[in-house]
Ligand binder design. Structure first.
Ligand code: GLY
Length: 309
């Protein structure tokens, strides 16, 4: 089994370490975590970890999840504040708790209890952009009393930052044939506090089952939560579809949704043999992804197939 790493465009900074981990025989879960941690620390990756977009209150709330395709065990954290590596906290939820999903204060409490790396995640640049966004959208009077008691009307103006391909998604099949999926994100820029996207929602933002394959999504998580997209892709492969057919069917599910506004979705998938497919549905702009398989000198960046809404 040669192994494969399939990751989204934001993953570049973690690819080298992940390939090294895979080549040295590490488990797929370790490769996922190894790959995501540098992305979480890179302030230039604006939708993940340090440097991520804050919510409407100027707080960075991070989401992450990991799934073991052999046991179907999973761990996830949502709206985690003050910790640098949601992917590692999510993994420890999987390893150490009888639960699969912690959010908010409970997630932070758990992170403290396990000695996870704490640290600031709001950079001066991100704070400046948040202030500039408020100045542009919120009248002086409301801004003078910020946080304004009613945030709903401002939440309706927030932007899905992932037109730039932010959230990082990783699918790894290791040399022993084990399969894992992992995702990390800050979610939408200037979101309503407490908003969770699809990244920590297993079955929406990611899913892995070694018998059939794995899938992970970037883009507008509100859509993939509604369609149960990652699980659907794996289920379609279970029903006998190829990885391309399974993604096409899931794109059809997304098209059938009544959409709110803005935003695309990119599906990353591999089948049980490690055959990859990546398709982006949106306004037709090019979306890249990273791939490495045995025999490649270095990870390659390729363009996803394009579908229009
Ligand atoms: N896909 C990431 C999010 O919606 O937060």
């Amino acid at each position: 089994m040669p192994g494969i790493i399939l990751a989204n465009s934001a993953a570049g900074v973690g690819m080298r370490a992940a390939v090294k981990a895979l080549q040295s025989g590490r488990h797929a879960l370790d490769v996922v975590e190894t790959g995501i941690r540098p992305v979480e620390l890179d302030p230039t990756v604006r939708s993940v970890g340090v440097g991520g977009w804050p919510n409407l209150l100027g707080q960075v709330e991070l989401d992450g999840s990991i799934m073991d395709g052999r046991t179907l065990r999973t761990g996830a954290v949502g709206a985690l504040q003050g910790y640098l590596h949601p992917i590692s906290v999510a993994r420890q939820v999987m390893e150490r708790l009888p639960h699969v999903f912690l959010v908010g204060e409970g997630a932070a409490r758990f992170a403290a209890e396990i000695g996870a790396e704490a640290g600031p995640t709001l950079t001066a640049e991100a704070q400046q952009e948040w202030k500039a966004w408020l100045a542009k959208h919120v009248p002086d009077e409301a801004r003078a009393h910020w946080p304004h008691e009613g945030l709903i009307e401002w939440a309706r103006l927030t932007a899905d930052p992932e037109t730039a391909g932010g959230t990082t998604t990783w699918l790894v099949k290791d040399a022993a044939g084990e399969l894992a999926a992992g995702v990390s994100t800050c979610g939408w820029a200037f979101k309503y506090p407490g908003r969770l996207g699809d990244s920590p929602v297993i079955g929406a933002g990611s899913y892995a089952d070694v018998r059939y394959g794995a899938a992970a999504c970037t883009g507008m998580g509100e859509l993939t939560i509604r369609a149960g997209t990652a699980r659907a892709v794996v289920l379609y492969m279970k029903m006998g579809m190829s990885v391309e057919e399974a993604c096409r069917e899931a794109v059809g599910d997304l098209r059938a949704l009544t959409r709110l506004w803005r935003g695309g979705v990119t599906l990353h998938a591999i089948d049980a043999q490690g055959r990859p497919h990546v398709v982006s549905i949106g306004r037709g702009h090019t979306v890249k992804y990273w791939i490495w398989t045995a025999g490649m000198v270095a990870p390659e960046e390729r363009a996803a197939a394009i579908e229009l809404w």
